[in-house]
Design a binder for this molecule. Structure first.
Ligand SMILES: Cc1ncc(COP(=O)(O)O)c(C=O)c1O
Length: 380
């Protein structure tokens, strides 16, 4: 049996998305910058896609900038805040994705900005008093960059509350929403954010395409310089089929958001209780309540073959992860679990679900994992 439980790393592309992209792969090949009818056709598809995304998020199409994915969008917000908005102080957290953390390391060295990390508790909740204290610790222009939901453990911030704190205390607010885009309804008219990000491959769209939302009235330049694409902010011939596919993928998510949430949350709850019944001592990493419904990260009892579990599950046909995609495959402890002080001697596994995941797949995964844990006990 083939079971894919690594949807936080990437999701399978929806067949409807492939259908929407196909004409642009097969026949409509014009360069969107060309003024003849080939170009006008593809330019129009890009602008229609931008309008679709903007309508779903209740913002203006002018506030959406297409990028190569979540990483570029995060980098663009951070670099733009420094270079165009004059930000000198950035507040973030130790559990951000490397797309933010490594960008901050770079900007600290390259531009001499000060980077502060807000205190987190063991579940990954932000200490809001500390956040206010950090914002008010300097007169310099400040950017707060905190992810909406963590990709490894699923803990979510209260994006409205943090946005209000930033607004009241005069800081810009960027939230990496890569894991929540397409999984929650977002109304940008009332969500107090200056920048948010999306990556199509996390919501059944194609890889290599994403976007940055930039609140009206704020101007940031992109990282890629050249032609006049994306209103001269982000150069390079557009990823036409990616853009069309991303808009279709987001549209599909919004078509049945409630049904999707109910289905996936049900699977997560089911897997959690099944694991707790089958493997005594299992604990949930991150917050059990304010948590992304697509992610279940569990700490298992100590075993001799902790390092082999993912491999054994893979042989059984089950794909899951020990952390984020970029750290799986390496033996390094995840920076997120480290930040939350999760015991690194016990194996932690991240299971992540999608609209295509079934109960039977969960049953199989729990059965195989329990089998490997029991075998381990017997050997010991
Ligand atoms: C929270 C978060 N931010 C950013 C990214 C990077 O997105 P992309 O792979 O589209 O560059 C990811 C992908 O793993 C993610 O989970």
């Amino acid at each position: 049996m083939e079971v894919y439980l690594d949807n936080a790393a990437t999701t399978p592309i929806a067949p409807e998305v492939v259908d929407a992209m196909m004409p642009f792969l097969k026949s409509h090949f014009g360069n969107p910058s060309s003024t003849h009818h080939y170009g006008r056709k593809t330019k129009s598809a890009i602008e229609t896609s931008r309008k679709t995304i903007a309508k779903l998020l209740n913002c203006s199409p002018m506030e959406i900038f297409f990028t190569s994915g979540g990483t570029e969008a995060d980098n663009m917000a951070i670099t733009g805040a420094i270079l165009q908005l004059g930000v000198k102080h950035i507040i973030s957290s130790e559990m951000e994705h490397h797309a933010v953390l490594h960008s901050l390391d770079f900007c600290e060295k390259q531009y001499g900005v000060k980077v502060s990390k807000v205190r987190l508790d063991h579940m990954g909740h932000v200490d809001l008093d500390h956040l206010k204290e950090l914002i008010n610790s300097t007169e310099e222009k400040t950017l707060v960059s905190l992810m909406h939901a963590n990709n490894e453990v699923g803990t979510m911030i209260d994006i409205h509350e943090i946005g209000r704190i930033c607004k009241d205390n005069g800081a810009y607010f960027h939230s990496d929403t890569v894991q929540t885009m397409g999984h929650y309804t977002m109304d940008l008219a009332e969500m107090p954010v200056d920048f948010i990000t999306g990556a199509a491959h996390k919501f059944h769209g194609p890889k290599g395409i994403g976007f940055l939302f930039v609140r009206k009235g704020i101007h940031v330049d992109g990282l890629i310089h050249g032609g006049a694409q994306e209103r001269s902010v982000r150069a390079g011939t557009e990823n036409l089929y990616g853009i069309v596919g991303m808009a279709k993928a987001l549209e599909l998510c919004y078509e049945d958001m409630d049904g999707h949430i109910a289905h996936v949350q049900g699977l997560k709850d089911y897997m959690k209780s099944k694991l707790q019944l089958s493997i005594p001592g299992v604990e949930v990493n991150g917050c059990p309540v304010r948590s992304l419904y697509t992610v279940l990260n569990v700490k298992l009892p100590k075993t001799q073959n902790a390092g082999m579990l993912l491999f054994l599950l893979d042989i059984d046909g089950i794909a899951c992860s020990s952390g984020s995609a970029c750290s799986s495959g390496s033996s390094k402890v995840s920076h997120v679990l480290e930040a939350l002080e999760v015991d690194s001697l016990s194996p932690s596994i991240r299971f992540s679900f999608s609209r295509y995941t079934t109960k039977e797949e969960i049953d199989y995964a729990v059965e195989r994992l329990s089998h490997h844990m029991i075998l381990e006990e017997e050997i010991a």
